[in-house]
Design a protein around this ligand. Structure first.
Ligand code: FSX
Ligand code: SF4
Ligand code: F3S
Length: 369
C-alpha cells in the first residue's frame, strides 16, 4: 500500500509523531495570531501538499538559516524542514556546482513557490559584488521573483540592507523591497529573524492563501506591531526606576532594567520577548542580560552605538498597576473605577516625564526587592 503523508508523519520510526507535527503547526499558528484550530488545518494542508520554498542567500552571515537549524525541542528543525519542501537552499543542499544550478532553474521553471530571501543585495557598480554561479544577485532575485507565489525577506539584511549596508556601505547593499519595487514583499527583520515568524507566515500562506497583515515596511503586525519595551519582563524595574548601571553590578545581577546600558527596546518593534529563540526560555538578548541593540530596526542597529541611550519617544503605560482591593468597594461602573481609569490614561501621558526623572535618579544603587 502506498504511504499517504499522514501515515508517514504518524510513524515513529521516521522520528516524527502526528502529535509533534500538530504541535509545531499550532505554535506556528499562534505565532501569527491565528486560533489553535488553524494549527490543525495547517497540519492537514501540509500533509496533503508541502509548500515549496526556494531560499536564496546573498550578503549575510547565514544566521537566519542557523537559527532555524538550531531549534531544539524536540528537534523542531527536522519538523520544520518536514513541513516545507525546500526545493533550493545553498546551505542545506548536499549538491554543488552545476547540479545545484540545475535545481534552481528547475524550481523556477515550475514556479508557484514561496521565495525566501536571506541577505542583502548589492546594487553598486552594476551589482558585481555578489554573484552565484556567475549570475549577479540582482539578476537571480529578479528571475526567482517572477515565478514566485509570495516573497518573504528573512532577516534585517534582506529586509532593508542590515549589516552589509552599514556606513560606508561599500557595495551599495540594500533590501529585497528596494530591488523588487512594486511587488509585495513580507519583511521579517531581525539579526537573525525568529524562525517561527517565518514558519507561521509560510504555513498561513500555504493553508489559507493569505499573507498576514503588514505595516508600511512590510512587517507582519502579529510580530512587529509592538516595541520590545511593551512586553519586556524587566519592564516593572523600568517603571520602578531600577536600572543596571554597569555589567555585573548588583542591579545587573538582580535582573534590573538595561535602559542605562543602552537598551533600544523602547524603539524596537519585534516579538522576541514573547517568542524565545530555539524554544529555550529566556534565549533572547535581554533574557541573557544584554541590552537590545535594535536588530530589527532600520536606523537603529549598526547606526546608533550599542551603549548609547535613546530618548523614550512613544511612552507606553506600565504593564501592571497596583491591584484594586475588593475591600475598597470598586466595581467597573463606579465613579471610583472611572477615576482609576482616568489615572491610567494620565499615567500613559505622563510616563515619559516620570521615566526620564527615574533614569536621572537611578545612579544610586537600587534597593533589592
Ligand atoms: Fe546574519 Fe541572516 Fe543578521 Fe543578516 O540574519 S543574523 S547578518 S540579518 O541575513 O544571516
Ligand atoms: Fe526591557 Fe530595555 Fe525596556 Fe528596560 S529599557 S524594560 S530592559 S526593553
Ligand atoms: Fe534583536 Fe533586540 Fe530582539 S537585539 S533579538 S530585537 S531584543
Amino acid at each position: 500500500m502506498t504511504d499517504t503523508r499522514s501515515d508517514v508523519i504518524a510513524r515513529p520510526e521516521h522520528g516524527l509523531t502526528r502529535r509533534d507535527f500538530v504541535k509545531v503547526c499550532t505554535a506556528a499558528a499562534a505565532a501569527v495570531g491565528l486560533p489553535a484550530w488553524a494549527g490543525e488545518k495547517m497540519a492537514e494542508e501540509v500533509a496533503r501538499a508541502k509548500p515549496s520554498v526556494v531560499w536564496l542567500h546573498f550578503q549575510e552571515c547565514t544566521g537566519c538559516t542557523e537559527s532555524l537549524l538550531r531549534s531544539s525541542h524536540p528537534d523542531v528543525a527536522s519538523l520544520i524542514l518536514d513541513l516545507i519542501s525546500v526545493d533550493y537552499h545553498e546551505t542545506l543542499f548536499a549538491a554543488a556546482g552545476a547540479q545545484i544550478e540545475a535545481a534552481f532553474d528547475a524550481a523556477v521553471e515550475r514556479g508557484g513557490y514561496v521565495l525566501v530571501v536571506e541577505g542583502a543585495i548589492p546594487e553598486k557598480d552594476g551589482g558585481i559584488y555578489c554573484q552565484v554561479g556567475g549570475r549577479k544577485a540582482t539578476d537571480i532575485l529578479r528571475l526567482a521573483a517572477t515565478k514566485a507565489a509570495a516573497v518573504v525577506a528573512i532577516g534585517s539584511c534582506a529586509s532593508w540592507g542590515g549589516v552589509p549596508s552599514a556606513a560606508p556601505n561599500p557595495t551599495g547593499a540594500t533590501g529585497v523591497p528596494q530591488i523588487l519595487k512594486g511587488k509585495p514583499v513580507v519583511t521579517l527583520p531581525g539579526c537573525p529573524a525568529n524562525p517561527y515568524n517565518l514558519l507561521g507566515t509560510v504555513l498561513q500562506f500555504a493553508t489559507f492563501g493569505t499573507l498576514p497583515k503588514l505595516d508600511a515596511q512590510g512587517r507582519p503586525l502579529f510580530a512587529y506591531a509592538r516595541v520590545i519595551h511593551e512586553d519586556c519582563p524587566r519592564r516593572p524595574h523600568f517603571d520602578a526606576g531600577r536600572f543596571a548601571a554597569a555589567y555585573g553590578d548588583e542591579n545587573h545581577r538582580n535582573g534590573y532594567c538595561l535602559y542605562k546600558l543602552g537598551c533600544k527596546g523602547p524603539q524596537t518593534h519585534a516579538n522576541c520577548s514573547l517568542l524565545s529563540f530555539c524554544e529555550v526560555p529566556g534565549a533572547w538578548p535581554i533574557g541573557i542580560g544584554h541590552p537590545c541593540i535594535g536588530c530589527t530596526e532600520q536606523g537603529v542597529v549598526f547606526n546608533v552605538p550599542i551603549h548609547e541611550n535613546l530618548p523614550i519617544q512613544t511612552p507606553t503605560a506600565p504593564m501592571a498597576y497596583p491591584a484594586i482591593h475588593p475591600d475598597h468597594g470598586v466595581v467597573a461602573s463606579s465613579p471610583i473605577a472611572i477615576g482609576v481609569g482616568g489615572v491610567i490614561v494620565g499615567a500613559i501621558a505622563g510616563a515619559a516625564v516620570v521615566a526620564t526623572k527615574k533614569v536621572g535618579d537611578s545612579d544610586k544603587p537600587a534597593r533589592k526587592e
